[in-house]
Structures are given as C-alpha cells and as structure tokens.
Design a protein around this ligand. Structure first.
Ligand code: NAD
Ligand code: ZN
Length: 360
C-alpha cells in the first residue's frame, strides 16, 4: 500500500480537500501509476458541482493526467514499471461491439454505459481515514498514485514531457478530434467554435489543420481572442456585442450559415445557437460541452438536412490513437503548449479551479 496525497471531493459543492490517502496495489489486469502532472478540465468542475451523471461521493476527480507506471498486477502485458503513460477516461477494451466498430471510440466499458466509480471487480483501491473513496472514470488523476484497469492506460513515447502531454488525456484530444474525426472538417470550409477554453481552442487547432478557410471563434470572454487568433481563428466575436441572436450574426457573416459548428461550453442556449448556426442544408453541428439537463429544439432545424452529433474525447480510439497524437506532438505537428496558462503545485488544486471559473 502506498500512502500519498490526493484531492478528495467529500461531497458536492465543497472545495477539494488535499488528504493523505492509501492506494492499494494493483490487482490482476490493473496498473498503478505515479501521476506526474494533471490538467483541470471543466468536466472536473461539473463533478464538484454534482452535475456529472453517475458520479459517487466521496471521490477523487481528475481525468487529464500523465505519469509513470509504478507497478503492474498479474497478467498485465502492455505496460511495465517505468513506462510513461496516459490514463484513459474512455477505455478501449478492444472486445465490445463498439470497440470492434471502426467508426466509433465509445467503448461499452465507458462511464456513461457502466459507471466507473469502482474498478471492474467492484472494489476501490483508495481509502482515506478508514473510508472507501470512489474512483472517477476509473482514472482519478488528482492523486499522486492511482490504479487503473489495463485497458484504460496507453503507453506513450519515452521522450514525451509529462507536464505538457497530460492535456492529451482529455482537452486537446477532445477538441482536436471533434474537428478531425467527428465533424470531418473539409478543406476550404467555414467553421464556428463556441467557447474558447482548453477544448474550444483545440477545436480551432483541429479546424485549422483540416484546412478550414474561415474559423469564427465565439466567446463572451474577449481575453480568449488573442490565443484563438494565434491558433488559427480568422474572426473572433462576442455575442454580447450584438442585439441579434448569434446564429443570425453568423448567418449574415457567412451567407447561409457555417459548414461546421462546435459547442464547447455546455449550456442549453449555446447548444441550440450552435445548431442553428450551421447551414440548414449540409451543416454539421458537433456538441462537445457537457450538460446534464434536457433541451428542446425546433425539429425544423434538422428536417432540412442539418446533422447534429456528439463526441466523446474527439472520437479517438484511445489506446491506439492517443500515443500517436503524442508522437505527432513530438514531431511538432501541433502545439497544445499554448493551452497551458498556469502551472501550480498539486496542493493548490483549488486555486486552479478558481482560475478556471474566473475564465483565466
Ligand atoms: P472552459 O471553462 O475552459 O471554457 C469554456 C469557455 O466557454 C470559456 O472561455 C467561457 O468564457 C466560454 N463561455 C461561457 N459561456 C459562454 C456563452 N454563453 N457564450 C460563449 N462562450 C461562453 O471549459 P473546457 O475545459 O474547455 O470545457 C468545455 C466543455 O466541454 C465543458 O462543458 C466540458 O465538460 C466539456 N468537455 C467535453 C468533453 C467530451 O468528451 N465531450 C471532454 C472535455 C470537456
Ligand atoms: Zn475532460
């Protein structure tokens, strides 16, 4: 058993508390990882607020990490102690019908089909003050050590800087893949990206690499515009600067609406606005933001031919593709380093959330 620090969410709507926890050794087909760096994704904030479906408290959140294998359980063959790895918030069991379908990355062992609050044998490897603590998405990266099933970990290049490539565990891969895999943005097309956090800025990067000729970035925080431009946005607009709904503004800017729109915020009104912003004939809208309540739309929006899609982690088959994305980064094909705004010691994790909430 390893004793180390972890950030525990004891109950919804409370700050995280950094505690000493016990992390049990990996059982068969499990891997114990020393987490070296972790990002903060807005989805972690959804958990703290208690609005992420199926999560059980107390829990150790975090799902955008990178680390080094510390030990392996019986039967593990794909990684060994000392390997650099990224824990995967969407696993790839390789056996279910979704994994076997080349068109999908949503493994049936993922959280939204089967909660991942306990490891597959229905027990936890974490305890604190004599209490069992739940895992989050099986990977709980807000801990100095974590235990994950073998099919929820990907070995990456030994040269990868872990404090940078942790972003491949969620934000970068999600946004970049939403453009490349889910929307399949075509060269010369026009795109609109709603929300310029880590995810939305990564969508901008994906649209640019796919050859979009116009990328319109939409956010209510103008401080995000400089970075969006640096990453490839051609226009940046703040919906609060217009009297008209933003979908009308975008229609006027583009003639009949964009070819591809992306919602990377997680609000009902922006999801509907993003859908209405792509053209009524062949427009494709990708929903990336997470919302836990129902929304209603006018069916006419889809009747004329629009497509409305969702994405989980940008459609990448994780064990196969995340290591390739990391290699692409080492070959300088894209540079998500620009997404890193602050670097804090682990004990200041709550300050990290304050910066996220303040739009910084
Ligand atoms: P973030 O908080 O860093 O960024 C959100 C951005 O949206 C901010 O820049 C904010 O100013 C902007 N915004 C807020 N309200 C707005 C409005 N009304 N109009 C325009 N812009 C507005 O968040 P993030 O980490 O980039 O995550 C974005 C969303 O994506 C979250 O809902 C998160 O849960 C979700 N997410 C989904 C997946 C997936 O696999 N589908 C993966 C990661 C994150
Ligand atoms: Zn995330």
């Amino acid at each position: 058993v390893i004793r180390c620090k972890a950030a525990v969410a004891w109950a919804p709507s409370k700050p995280l508390s950094v505690e000493e926890v016990e992390v049990a050794p990996p059982k068969a087909r499990e891997v114990r990882i020393k987490i070296v760096a972790t990002g903060i994704c807005h989805s972690d904030d959804h958990i703290l607020k208690g609005s992420m479906p199926n999560v059980e408290f107390p829990v150790i959140p975090g799902h955008e990490g990178a680390g080094i294998v510390e030990s392996i359980g019986e039967g593990v063959t794909s990684v060994k102690p000392g390997d650099k790895v990224i824990p995967l918030c969407i696993p790839q069991c390789g056996e279910c019908s979704f994994c076997q379908n080349p068109e999908s990355n949503f493994c049936q062992k993922s959280h939204f089909s089967e909660p991942q609050n306990l490891l597959p044998d229905k027990t936890s490897r974490f305890s604190c003050k004599g209490k069992q603590i739940h895992h989050f998405l099986w990977i709980s990266t807000f801990a100095e050590y974590t235990v994950v099933p073998e099919y929820a970990v990907a070995k990456i290049d030994a040269a990868a800087p872990l404090d940078k490539v942790c972003l491949f565990g969620c934000g970068f891969s999600t946004g970049y893949g939403a453009a490349i895999n889910t929307a399949k943005v075509k060269p010369g097309s026009t795109c609109a990206v709603f929300g310029l956090g880590g995810v939305g800025l990564s969508v901008v990067m994906g649209c640019k690499v796919a050859g979009a000729s116009r990328i319109i970035a939409v956010d209510i925080n103008k401080d995000k515009f400089a970075k969006a431009k640096e990453l490839g946005a051609t226009d940046c607009i703040d919906p609060r600067d217009f009297k008209k709904p933003i979908q009308e503004v975008l229609s006027e800017m583009t003639g009949q609406g964009v070819d591809y729109s992306f919602e990377a915020i997680g609000h009902a009104d922006t999801m509907i606005a993003a859908l209405a912003s792509c053209n009524m004939n062949t427009g494709v809208c990708v929903m990336v933001g997470v919302l836990d309540s129902a929304i209603s739309i006018d069916p006419m929006l889809l009747l004329t031919g629009r497509t409305w899609k969702g994405t989980m982690l940008g459609g990448w088959k994780t064990r196969e593709c995340i290591p390739k994305l990391v290699s692409g980064y080492l070959e300088k094909k894209f540079n998500p380093d620009l997404l890193i705004t602050h670097t804090l010691p682990f004990t200041q994790v709550n300050e990290g959330f304050e910066l996220l909430r303040a739009g910084k």
